[in-house]
Design a protein around this ligand. Structure first.
Ligand code: MG
Ligand code: MG
Length: 641
């Protein structure tokens, strides 16, 4: 099933036009030329020109204007103009002269809007009337040229650092060419209530800048400069925020202003697609929460709706000559049967219950998870949604009798197939000729389905991947956690459909992995199978020779101290190497195999009651055990690299 290259995407297919979109050049990596090309290719309508990008560019303002026009990009904002208001008439005179120069640049750029941010200067005024009077003078000069000024309260402005105060100043200045710039980061990072934005007259909201951010307790300037994220990637409630802005009557573009250390180094073409996807998903989420009369006048974009999901149809692993035998023996010992062979490709179907693994022998080196098959009520509709969210569509390489499966490429390189397994003669399972081979291990293992799949993410694409899986598949974020692994902190994030039938875990090292001392498993991946009796499954799998991970006694002593499971259960857990967790909602029992083929392992889990987690607390114990296994060399890993 593995498909190779992604076909070029067609921006905009399958979605309505929606609100105009823009991106600040500061969001993207490279030179101004690189940034503009990336923004246009992703499908943005316009850009904010970040002044340092222009100052460093060899283009004149008129050349930049025509370059943007050639690319089909409007210039929606020129920014920033800093430290305008002043307590000293000489400083103010200099600032007005500086502003006249920038108004000249704007005329040549063909943009009518400049952003003035609140002052951090020692000359800053702490007097709303005087700031209003000085901004009025600036707005009058701009207005004479048909230009406009928007005033933004920086979260760390010396005196003006809330939108309530910046709005009061704009209101007092009372000039038609002066309005507000609303920036979600500056408002939400301070914990301000954004509901008051809805009461500001819409015609005074000149510009909207959107950024998300992770929750952090740190200096707000550092937080802003390094950790902003695209909407949907952090913890701010941006659908609610945008709802207030649209309720006020804002009609300008949705513009992204995101300062982020990773995005500033990443391929700008890819970052621009991630950025635009965030605005598409944000419009959908906002529409769901807006009152009908505001929704109908706001003109938010509509996406093909997410389809109901019905579980993991399959997980495809690529294997090579070294890893194939190891993986096959492990699956057999876990009670799987090799039930089918692909009609035209070197792919085997291993099945137990509704849990299906495809072993594709065209891969390597080692073993890797290459594709996820997702059960959806309507595979075509799911693919249309993915395409509308800018997912690269994979070419369909199919033979005469092969099911026509739509697939897209996730940011981590995993192919995501949309399947409807139950649909008889046309379903994808008809690609496989039954082998008639029975399972080698009896029915005691009772694996029923795939519970979750966990994929380590490339460092630079963790946030992008989380937004991708969540928006394309219509999943909800479940939890985020950080665990102290043997070789550094690992960050986890999981997404799931409401019924918990599709669960995807993503993990990343909090810092880049080193290059010399690199003992951790590189980019580990695992498939977790659900069983309704994990203790019986562990017993049978061990008896069948499955390479299960040994868990140290200290873990069970600590478990006894922390959670005090019944003594007989604790004895079974200890004897079988089964891990345990408990929450207010239920219990979780799970065990792991060793690493197979360099990075992949399997897990068998049992959820009791409403337990919705993943035993995250146990992850460091598992990682240390994997490290011990690899350092010692595994007795059962004959044939593995
Ligand atoms: Mg801003
Ligand atoms: Mg797991």
């Amino acid at each position: 099933m593995t498909a190779e290259a992604a076909v070029p995407l067609r921006p905009g297919s399958g979605r309505t036009a929606g609100l105009r979109t823009a991106v600040a050049t500061v969001c993207l990596s490279g030179t101004l030329e690189d940034k503009l090309v990336a923004a246009a290719a992703a499908g943005f309508d316009g850009v904010e020109i970040f002044e340092p990008d222009f100052v460093a560019s060899p283009w004149s303002a008129t050349e930049l204007r025509s370059r943007c026009a050639d690319l089909g990009l409007s210039i929606d904002l020129y920014q920033p103009f800093r430290d305008f208001d002043a307590d000293d008439p000489d400083v103010l005179a200099r600032n007005l002269r500086r502003a006249e120069h920038k108004l000249d640049v704007m005329e040549q750029l063909g943009t009518d809007l400049v952003l003035v941010c609140s002052s951090v200067s020692p000359h800053a005024l702490d007097d709303d009337d005087r700031i209003a009077e000085q901004l009025h003078r600036l707005a009058a000069r701009a207005g004479e040229r048909g230009l406009r000024v928007c005033y933004e309260a920086l979260a760390w402005g010396r005196f003006v650092n809330t939108y309530e105060r910046s709005w009061e100043i704009v209101r007092r200045a009372d000039h038609a060419s002066l309005g507000l710039c609303i920036d979600s980061f500056h408002i939400l990072s301070r914990g301000s209530d954004p509901a008051g934005i809805a009461d500001i007259p819409g015609e005074k909201l000149f510009f909207l800048q959107l950024a998300d951010a992770p929750h952090m307790a740190m200096d707000v300037l550092q937080w802003s400069r390094h950790y902003r994220l695209f909407p949907g990637q952090g913890t701010f409630d941006l659908p609610a925020f945008l709802g207030h802005v649209l309720t006020a009557g804002y009609t300008g573009p949705l513009s992204l202003e995101v300062f982020n250390d990773v995005f500033r180094q990443s391929d700008p073409a890819r970052a621009a697609v991630d950025a635009l996807r965030s605005l598409l998903a944000l419009q959908e989420e906002t529409a769901e929460r807006l009152a009908p009369e505001i929704r109908s006048r706001a003109g938010l974009m509509e996406l093909p709706p997410p389809q109901q999901l019905n579980g993991h149809a399959f997980v495809e692993l690529t294997v090579d000559g070294g890893s194939a035998g190891h993986v096959e023996r492990t699956l057999a010992a876990l009670g799987f049967a090799r039930s089918g062979r692909h009609r035209s490709k070197p792919v085997q179907l291993w099945q137990q219950g509704d849990s299906r693994l495809l072993l594709n022998a065209t891969g390597g080196p080692g073993a890797s998870i290459a594709a996820l098959g997702i059960e959806t009520a309507d595979a075509t509709a799911s693919a249309r949604r993915a395409e509308a969210l800018l997912a690269p569509v994979l070419p369909r390489a199919r033979g005469q009798v092969e099911a026509d499966l739509s697939a897209v490429a996730a940011p981590d390189g995993t192919s995501v197939f949309f399947c409807t397994t139950g649909s008889g003669a046309t379903g994808w399972l008809t690609d496989f000729v039954p082998t008639g081979e029975p399972a080698q291990v009896g029915r005691s293992i009772r694996i029923t389905h795939v519970d979750h799949v966990a994929l380590a993410q490339p460092f630079d694409h963790f946030d992008e991947a989380a937004l991708f899986y969540r928006s394309v598949l219509g999943l909800q974020p479940q939890h985020s956690s950080e665990v102290a692994a043997p070789f550094g902190l690992v960050r986890n994030r999981t997404v799931s459909d409401p019924a918990g039938t599709v669960r995807i875990g993503m993990s990343v090292s909090v810092l880049r992995r080193g290059t010399e001392w690199q003992p951790a498993v590189t980019d580990p991946q695992h498939v977790a199978f659900a069983s309704d009796d994990v203790l019986a499954a562990a017993r049978a799998a061990r008896a069948a020779g499955a390479p299960l991970l040994d868990i140290p006694d200290n873990y069970y002593d600590d478990l006894d101290a922390r959670l005090a499971p019944p003594p007989s259960l604790l004895a079974d857990l200890r004897a079988l190497g089964v891990l345990y967790d408990k929450s207010a909602d239920g219990e979780f029992l799970h065990f792991y195999t060793e690493i197979l083929g360099g990075r992949v392992f399997f897990e068998v889990v049992q959820r009791i009651g409403g337990y919705a987690g993943y035993g995250e607390l146990n992850a460091p114990v598992r990682m240390a055990a994997h490290r011990r296994q690899r350092a010692a060399g595994s007795t059962s890993a004959a044939g593995a690299p």
